[in-house]
Design a protein around this ligand. Structure first.
Ligand code: DC
Length: 230
C-alpha cells in the first residue's frame, strides 16, 4: 500500500498523540510526537536555569541550541518511541506540569522552531509517518496527503489532562491544569512564528463527544480514501 504523510495538529490534550499512536501501529508507520521535542528543549532550559517563573534567558538558550541533541528511541515494551535529550531518557520529566508551564514560551522562539522543524522534515522525508503537533500541516509538511485538526472544549481537555497527571502521581489541582490549558491555547495561537492555525485543507475533528474507537474508525476511513486516490 502506498505510504503517505499524516499531519495531526490541534490544541493541547485533544488526544492527538493517542490517535497518532493508534494509526502508526495499525499502518506500521513511524510516529513522531513533536510536542515532546519542544518539551525537551524547555526541560533543558529549566535544567540550565535559562527559564523560571519570572525570567527567560532567550539569547542564552539560542546560543545553547547546538548543545541540544534530541533523539527518539523505540521502546518495544511500551510500543512507542521515547524522547532522549543528550542521550538521557527524559520521557517522564518532560510530562510534568512545570514543563507544560514553560514550553509555550520556549516554542515561540524562532531559532528553536527552525532547528526542530528541520529535524522533523528529515524524519518524514520517506513518508510513512504520522506526526502530531501544532504546525505540521501548515509548516513542517504543507504537502501532507492527509491533515487532521483536532479540537475539544478547554474543560474536556483539562479534565483529561488532570486524570492523566493524577494517574501518574502528579500532585496538581483541576484549576491549575485548566489554567495551563487556557494559557497555552492563547500563547500557541498568538505567537508570531507559526501560530496554531487550521490549514485550509485540514479536516477538523471535534472529539468532545467522540470516543477513541469512533474517532479511530472515522480517521481510518479517511486514510483509505486518500490512499486510494493518491
Ligand atoms: O503537544 P504538547 O502539548 O506536548 O506540546 C507542548 C507544547 O509545544 C505546546 O504548548 C506548543 C508546542 N508545540 C509547538 O509549538 N509546535 C509543535 N509542532 C508541537 C508542540
Amino acid at each position: 500500500m502506498k505510504k503517505i504523510t499524516i499531519a495531526i495538529d490541534g490544541f493541547s490534550s485533544t488526544g492527538k498523540s493517542t490517535l497518532a499512536k493508534q494509526l502508526a501501529k495499525e499502518l506500521e508507520y513511524v510516529y513522531v510526537d513533536t510536542g515532546a521535542m519542544y518539551r525537551a528543549v524547555a526541560y533543558f532550559a529549566m535544567q540550565h536555569n535559562l527559564i523560571g517563573v519570572d525570567f527567560f534567558e532567550k539569547e542564552a538558550l539560542i546560543a545553547s541550541l547546538p548543545k541540544i541533541q534530541l533523539e527518539f528511541k523505540f521502546n518495544s515494551d511500551l510500543g512507542f518511541a521515547e524522547m532522549y535529550l543528550n542521550s538521557e531518557n527524559v520521557e517522564k520529566q518532560i510530562r510534568t506540569i512545570e514543563v507544560s508551564n514553560f514550553v509555550s514560551t520556549v516554542a515561540a522562539v524562532s531559532e528553536v522552531r527552525s532547528k526542530l522543524v528541520e529535524q522533523q522534515q528529515e524524519m518524514g522525508k520517506n513518508k510513512g509517518i504520522v506526526m502530531d503537533g501544532r504546525d505540521i500541516g501548515t509548516v513542517v509538511f504543507p504537502d501532507a496527503e492527509l491533515k487532521i485538526f483536532m479540537t475539544a472544549s478547554a474543560e474536556t481537555r483539562a479534565q483529561r489532562r488532570f486524570d492523566e497527571l493524577q494517574q501518574k502521581g502528579n500532585n496538581v489541582t483541576y484549576e491549575e491544569v485548566l489554567k495551563n490549558v487556557v494559557d497555552r491555547d492563547h500563547m500557541d495561537t498568538h505567537r508570531e512564528d507559526s501560530p496554531l492555525v487550521i490549514a485550509d485543507d485540514a479536516i477538523e475533528i471535534d472529539n468532545s463527544y467522540l470516543n477513541k474507537e469512533e474517532q479511530f474508525a472515522a480517521v481510518l476511513e479517511l486514510i483509505n480514501d486518500v490512499v486510494k486516490n493518491a
